[in-house]
Design a protein around this ligand. Structure first.
Ligand SMILES: NC(=O)c1ccc[n+]([C@@H]2O[C@H](COP(=O)([O-])OP(=O)(O)OC[C@H]3O[C@@H](n4cnc5c(N)ncnc54)[C@H](O)[C@@H]3O)[C@@H](O)[C@H]2O)c1
Length: 267
């Protein structure tokens, strides 16, 4: 039996990377998927690939910092697929700058996408998630993409870390608020280590710049060697965890954080 069979999921930032892989796995598991992103062409390609493989997906332009975009995305899920069971707040951006280097504009963009985006997505999806939960044994689910940088301090990326720390605690607070209100929406976070995506690549570039070498391969090697499991993560490593948290198999997980980092934060 497929663990997300028959569910409808909305995934932000799913044109590529972790979100794209999650959309693919959700569809393979029998879910109908709405992909929202600002990368329209790439997003439509991801949808086309899922549909060509026998899945059911639709694309919507979604800038997570805009309430009206969220309203349209939720509306697409309910009008096209009949309901909304799962929200994955995946869209995120990275800035590899220190406290003294980052500009106010860069900080504000980071907060807008990584924090305001998660808050708006949650708020705008709640009515549809509540409705779907009424006829689901295990309720509805929200999965937030935090990071290991949201549970331990970051030597190099303190501002990115601050936004992900916010997502970590917002996850727990939202679980508590919805529990108090009797909404039957589980809210959990996932905490990836360094994953090989466009964003993962940005972290190597910024480390190489800081080292003054611009040697991205060397920076990648240093990070790889710091992983107890001996390799970098790939999007599927995280997508599997997201699908699990969204599925009925995680029906008693609420307000929790799932760490998927090859052992980095075990030290
Ligand atoms: N890659 C890593 O090492 C890593 C580690 C920990 C956490 N994460 C988190 O995982 C999530 C996915 O990251 P990824 O590695 O797949 O990165 P990615 O850059 O490959 O994908 C991020 C996606 O978010 C989209 N996006 C950016 N701004 C947006 C906006 N305003 N509205 C809608 N979509 C927007 C991008 O277009 C892109 O498709 C992010 O929240 C990231 O912070 C990534």
């Amino acid at each position: 039996m497929n663990r997300v069979d028959g569910k409808v999921a909305l995934i932000s930032g799913a044109a590529r990377g972790i979100g794209g892989e999650t959309a693919q796995l959700m569809a393979e598991g029998g879910a109908k998927v709405v992909i929202g992103d600002v990368l329209d062409e790439r997003g439509r390609q991801t949808v086309a690939a899922i549909n060509a493989g026998g899945g059911e997906a639709a694309y919507v332009h979604l800038d997570v910092t805009k309430q009206e975009d969220w309203a349209a995305a939720v509306n697409l899920a309910t009008s096209k697929f009949g309901k909304l069971d799962v929200l994955v707040n995946n869209a995120g951006v990275f800035v590899g700058k220190g406290i003294e280097e980052i500009s106010l504009a860069e900080w504000e963009k980071l907060v807008a996408v990584n924090m305001t985006g998660v808050f708006l997505g949650t708020r705008l999806a709640v009515p549809a998630l509540r409705e779907a939960a009424k006829s689901s044994e295990h309720g509805s689910a929200i999965v937030n993409l935090a990071s290991i940088a949201g549970i331990v301090g970051s030597t190099l990326d303190p501002l990115y870390s601050m936004t992900k720390g916010g997502v970590t605690l917002f996850t727990k607070s939202a679980a508590l608020e919805f529990g108090r209100k009797g909404y039957r929406i589980r809210v959990n976070s996932i905490h990836p280590g360094v994953i090989q995506t466009d964003m993962g690549e940005q972290t190597f570039v910024s480390r190489a710049q800081r080292a003054g070498t611009n040697d991205t391969s060397a920076a990648r090697q240093v990070v790889t060697e710091s992983v107890p499991w001996g390799r970098l993560g790939v999007p599927k490593d995280i997508a599997k965890g997201i699908v699990f948290l969204a599925s009925d198999d995680a029906g008693y997980m609420n307000g929790a954080g799932l760490v998927v980092d090859g052992g980095v934060t075990a030290a």
